[in-house]
Design a binder for this molecule. Structure first.
Ligand code: NAG
Ligand code: NAG
Length: 224
């Protein structure tokens, strides 16, 4: 599986060409900041949703984010030429991925860490849904993928101040090591939390050579 993972990462890098972001970090003058209802941060009012399955990429941990506050943001982005330009597909739900499917499939599950354990850790005192975080900006990543030179773009809200989420990931790291995992293979802080709004064709990942951190900011947001 180590070989498969390396192969996947290598293929991803070879098959995608990342597109340089336009220089519009401070927002388009014609469009003020993207306004988001600040209640979106109060994720304790929506339930934790477990994501468990039998196939690859079906097991992961997410912090559920109320789509009621994300949908209008999606609509605004998708209908604004300089933001989404009517190109986006929405999943019809919103979350912050906390443990990624490849982390579970390739690393955690290999030493017997189970989804039941990860979910129990997440739901103890409703810990994950009660996590505090804030939103940094509207981010965008783009790449040309192979075969056929397909233009892909993914638009997301970049998350900042996520100490509580990192603390959860640190506890997952401890569980992993306790079960005999090699500490070199899981880094709690190697993580770029975001809320995906939508994408063109397919979503993009680290394997495509894109990083959904502050680096990807292209428009201001304002919570109120
Ligand atoms: C918007 O999308 C149209 C059709 O895909 C494209 O021709 C145009 O260049 C895009 N404009 C911007 C600003 O992205
Ligand atoms: C995004 O905008 C395009 C163009 O108006 C529209 O066809 C598409 O349905 C919109 N996407 C969603 C998920 O509403």
């Amino acid at each position: 599986m180590r070989i498969a993972t390396t192969l996947f990462a290598t293929l991803g890098l070879v098959a995608s060409t990342v597109i340089a972001a336009p220089d519009n970090k401070h927002g388009n003058k014609n469009n003020g900041p993207l306004v988001i209802n600040k209640k979106v941060l109060k994720t304790s009012s929506v339930p934790f949703i477990p994501h468990t399955g039998t196939g690859l990429f079906t097991n992961w941990v997410g912090l559920n984010v109320d789509f009621k506050y994300i949908q209008p943001v999606f609509q605004k982005v998708n209908s604004t030429l300089s933001l989404g330009n009517g190109t986006l597909i929405s999943r019809g739900e919103s979350h912050i991925t906390v443990i990624l499917p490849p982390e579970y499939d390739n690393i955690l599950s290999k030493v017997g860490v189970t989804m039941q354990e990860l979910n129990a850790l997440a739901t103890k005192n409703n810990r994950l849904q009660r996590a505090h975080f804030d939103i940094e900006c509207l981010g965008r990543v783009q790449a040309i993928t192979q075969p056929n030179n397909v233009f892909q773009q993914s638009v997301q809200l970049i998350v900042k101040n996520y100490k509580d989420i990192l603390a959860y990931r640190t506890d997952v790291f401890k569980l992993f090591v306790k079960k005999g995992g090699n500490p070199a293979l899981f880094a709690a802080e190697n993580y770029q939390p975001h809320i995906t709004l939508g994408f063109k064709n397919r979503d993009l990942f680290v394997e495509d050579g894109v990083f959904k951190g502050k680096n990807a900011c292209f428009h201001k947001v304002q919570l109120k």
